[in-house]
Write a protein that binds this ligand. Structure first.
Ligand code: FAS
Ligand code: PHB
Length: 389
């Protein structure tokens, strides 16, 4: 089989890239290790930046998001019960859309099915070959038969644990990593959100986040030690601890109910440079990871993929390699800005078990900057709604 671009991974990166290339007449095939149902079962991000909304519009997959997504013009930060509202419209004249990654993925899958693009689900043992030539190819196993897919380029959209980044020879990549000493325990419930806007709360017991998927479905998170397991957190304990960490007037409004999903995600900052090696391009979590405190993971992936689609269109349409040659450098500026913001929000709002008294006072002083200076709030708003890619 032959295509122009082989895409590894049918998460948001792979599916969005597939649609953008299809819209520009560039043939592509997506190879996904898991089943479509499994991909849809993963509960992840919830906030879309305006550049991600634009990407979905370009991909022809934005109609339901515009209909069902919730426009949010601000967020609330709470620091040991001190409140600050960050007003996006006032500070930067933009907003974000609250719409779950699961729904983004579903919409992109539907758009791909309508476009007739080939996605091979449950493609096992995907391997990349000859990536340092201009005739790379990918092999994979499907129902016991090995297949070969010849292509011009490979897009590694296969996430942090994927095969693409591992296929780059030793010594080429420079990686940077920070693993945080805690995780996020997430709970999804069919209960009305406790507040109209998201609440990021810091409490001596740990961080808590009140998010949502709709006006009837909520998503909550608690910072937990890395040693905790989901089974340590029956629903009742989760709700009691969430109430502990929220301001009393907010906790009093909390509607609890049975969990539909509960999972613990570790937090890490990770970047691998460059994001291109010869005919292989990395995008999304395959190239970088951010702690979800800044709501950047999915949005960074969408930015990478729009850059890559622009570059490949320039190559195929105008015969210019300027875009693909500049892909990594163009993405890196935005990747590091998002890494910084996600690290800043994580340091600001989490309880670090090994912090000394001075570090705790610095954390409090950092939060007070948001009260004392106009610029601090504006900078937070600019980063939260998303920097241009
Ligand atoms: P993904 O990991 O989503 O997709 C990669 C795809 O490649 C997967 O479907 C995988 O099955 C497939 N794949 C892997 N190896 C393969 C192989 N060898 N062959 C073929 N296919 C292969 N971001 C936020 O903004 N907010 C959040 O709250 C948030 N929560 C998260 C919670 C968890 C547990 C995780 C892991 C991430 C979270 N993120 C969050 C980040 C997340 O949303 C990612 O940024 C987003 O999924 C990135 O999309 P992709 O780059 O497509 O990677
Ligand atoms: C979510 O709704 O899952 C969500 C929202 C904002 C974040 C992280 C996760 O910063």
């Amino acid at each position: 089989m032959k295509t122009q671009v082989a895409i590894i991974g049918a998460g948001p990166s792979g599916l969005l890239l597939g649609q953008l290339l299809y819209q520009n007449g560039i043939d592509n095939v997506i190879l996904e290790r898991k089943s479509a149902d499994y991909v849809l079962s993963r509960i992840r991000a919830g906030v879309l930046e305006h550049t991600t909304v634009q990407g979905l519009e370009k991909a022809g997959a934005a109609e339901r998001m515009h209909r069902e997504g919730l426009v949010h013009e601000g967020v609330e930060l709470v620091f040991d019960h001190k409140h600050i509202r960050v007003d996006f419209e006032k500070e930067v004249g933009k907003h974000v859309v609250v719409y779950g990654q699961t729904e983004v993925t579903r919409d992109l899958m539907d758009a791909r099915a309508a476009s007739g693009g080939l996605t091979v689900y449950e493609a096992e043992d995907v391997a990349l070959h000859e990536i340092d030539t201009d005739a790379p190819y990918v092999t994979y196993l499907k129902d016991g038969t090995r297949h070969r897919l010849d292509c011009d380029f490979i897009a590694g959209c296969d996430g942090f644990h994927g095969v693409s980044r591992q296929s780059i020879p030793e010594g080429v990549l420079k990686t940077y990593e920070r693993v945080y000493p805690f995780g996020w325990l997430g709970l999804l419930s069919d209960t009305p959100p406790v507040s109209e806007e998201l609440i990021y709360a810091k409490h001596p017991n740990g961080f808590a986040l009140c998010s949502q998927r709709s006006t009837t479905r909520s998503r909550y998170y608690l910072q937990v030690p890395l040693s905790d397991k989901v089974e340590d957190w029956p629903d009742g304990r989760f709700w009691d601890e969430l109430k502990n960490r929220l301001p009393p007037e907010t906790a009093a409004k909390l509607v609890t109910g049975p969990s539909l999903e509960k999972s613990i995600a570790p937090l890490r900052s990770f970047v691998s440079e460059p994001m291109r090696y010869q005919s292989l391009f990395l995008a999304g979590d395959a190239a970088h990871i951010v702690p979800p405190t800044g709501a950047k993971g999915l949005n960074l992936a969408a930015g990478d993929v729009q850059c890559l689609a622009d570059a490949l269109c320039d190559y195929y349409r105008n015969g210019s390699s300027a875009g693909i040659d500049g892909y990594s450098e163009r993405c890196m500026k935005r990747v590091w800005a998002a890494e910084r913001f996600s690290w800043y929000m994580t340091k600001l709002l989490h309880t670090f078990p090994d912090a000394d008294d001075f570090e705790r006072k610095m954390q409090e002083a950092e939060f007070n900057q948001l009260e004392l200076t106009e610029n601090a709030v504006k900078t937070l708003a600019e980063n939260y709604v998303g920097l241009p890619y």
